[in-house]
Design a protein around this ligand. Structure first.
Ligand code: SF4
Length: 429
């Protein structure tokens, strides 16, 4: 029985495009944004932003849909008076946490999330987390951790990386060499269930997802752990897992039918699943994905797309849109390129693709105007001005809020790009 050979993977010979680096003014959200999808995933966690009213507004407006739900995030506001003394700030924080934990006994994991203001006044949240953990963490009580979501240190999706990297040291390490699979990166529950079912059909039952749905279900990690990244923005988390002995499986990200197949195939290969078993497991969902994607081809084929850097998903998305929908890539801007994690996707872009890491927003806007793309993927701040200039835009943030990974979501993912074009056609008709 032969092991699975996937479609072209990280190890295949390929001619990746050159990456140009730009440093200048940036137009991106800060890492607080990650709270919006992280709080939905880890259901017994609470995210307490230690920040200003601006920070509170950012997460409340980004999470407008939460109005009808009991939220699992909040902001401890640093007022001007707090600037007078750090001792008062710590006292105030302790009081807020005491009130919160009394009111919400369901909280098992509390993140103190740093912001620009807390960093500017040098409030040491790691010491605060340690102090509060000692106070509330006895006998399986509340675990208190901290990370930074500040715009000084993090962009949009790096908040998730910082959060998960803070969580890794709390994972139990195991000495066992027995192989197990860990899928790393926040996935919607429905996507997680689909992947678990596909892995099960391949005979892989020892599979954990990180982050889990509850903080009490944290996976163990050891030398037998191999992990697949489900998101391309988890450099620090991957490094922390590797420090515990886990091994990263380089693979394209599971976007579209091809990306999902290649991603699953890397796991299949690592666990010695045969081609027959692998094909039997993926055959039906892959066909459904290909068919769902093809419905969007008429709108997207031969259209030109331009990515401003935002979510770090840009390179895998460009690969999907080029190979599975026939789009032309005018420019692929991305905040940061982690070569080891992104090579498998990068190697599949046409060699002459302009890939730009970082941002000089004015120069990029000039290039965008000159390229005159049919569709521009960008942050909210740039979308309105570009629409006013006549461009059709797609908000990058939606790509992180929407379940897009895996076979069953491949059609929806294509739809996120075809819909703005259809809407534009209707507007001009
Ligand atoms: Fe603004 Fe910084 Fe607060 Fe983010 S963390 S909302 S960039 S002040």
């Amino acid at each position: 029985m032969s092991p699975v050979i996937p479609i072209r993977s990280a190890t295949s010979e390929a001619c990746a495009p050159d990456i140009t680096t730009e440093r200048g003014q940036r137009e991106v959200f800060c890492g607080l944004t990650g709270i919006i999808w992280l709080h939905r995933k880890i259901q017994d966690a609470f995210f307490l932003v230690v920040g200003s009213r601006t920070c509170a507004h950012l997460i409340q407006s980004a999470a407008g849909v939460m109005i009808f739900a009991e939220p699992r995030f909040g902001t401890a506001i640093i007022d001007e008076r707090d600037l007078a003394g750090l001792a008062d700030c710590n006292e105030e924080l302790d009081k807020i946490v005491a009130d919160l934990l009394e009111r919400r006994p369901d909280i098992k994991l509390l993140f103190l999330v740093g912001s620009c203001p807390s960093e500017v006044i040098k409030l040491d949240l790691s010491r605060a987390a340690y102090r509060l953990s000692t106070q509330y963490g006895q006998n399986g009580g509340v675990k208190v951790l901290n990370y930074s979501g500040s715009g000084i240190e993090t962009t949009f999706t790096q908040g998730e990386d910082a959060c998960l990297a803070a969580l890794v040291p709390t994972l139990k390490s195991t000495e066992t060499e027995q192989k197990k699979l860990l899928v790393v990166g926040t996935l919607a529950d429905v996507v997680e269930d689909q992947f678990r079912s596909l892995f099960g059909k391949m005979g892989l039952t020892d599979v954990d997802f990180f982050p889990p749905r509850r903080s009490t279900q944290l996976p163990t990690v050891g030398p037998g752990t191999v992990f697949l990244l489900a998101q391309p923005f988890l450099a620090d988390t991957a490094r922390a897992l590797e420090n515990l002995g886990a091994k990263h499986l380089p693979a394209p990200f599971p976007l579209g039918a091809q990306g999902t197949t290649a991603w699953l195939a890397e796991a299949a290969r690592a666990f010695g699943v045969t081609n027959e078993v692998f094909e039997a497991a993926i055959d039906a969902p892959r066909k459904r994905a290909v068919q769902a994607i093809s419905k969007h081809r008429p709108e997207l084929q031969d259209k030109k797309i331009f990515f401003f850097p935002d979510s770090q998903l840009e390179i895998p998305l460009a690969r999907f849109l080029h190979h599975e929908l026939g789009m032309h890539l005018a420019e692929v801007g991305t905040p940061y390129v982690h070569r080891k994690h992104l090579d498998a996707d990068l190697n599949q872009l046409p060699a002459n693709t302009r890939v730009v890491e970082g941002q000089d927003v004015e120069m990029q806007l000039d290039r965008c105007r000159a390229a005159n793309p049919d569709l521009v993927v960008c942050g909210l701040g740039l979308a309105n001005p570009l629409e006013a200039e006549g461009f059709t835009t797609k908000w990058a943030i939606e790509l992180v809020f929407t379940p897009i990974q895996g076979y069953e979501q491949a059609g929806d993912l294509a739809g996120l790009f075809s819909r703005p074009l259809i809407r534009r056609l209707k507007l001009v008709a």
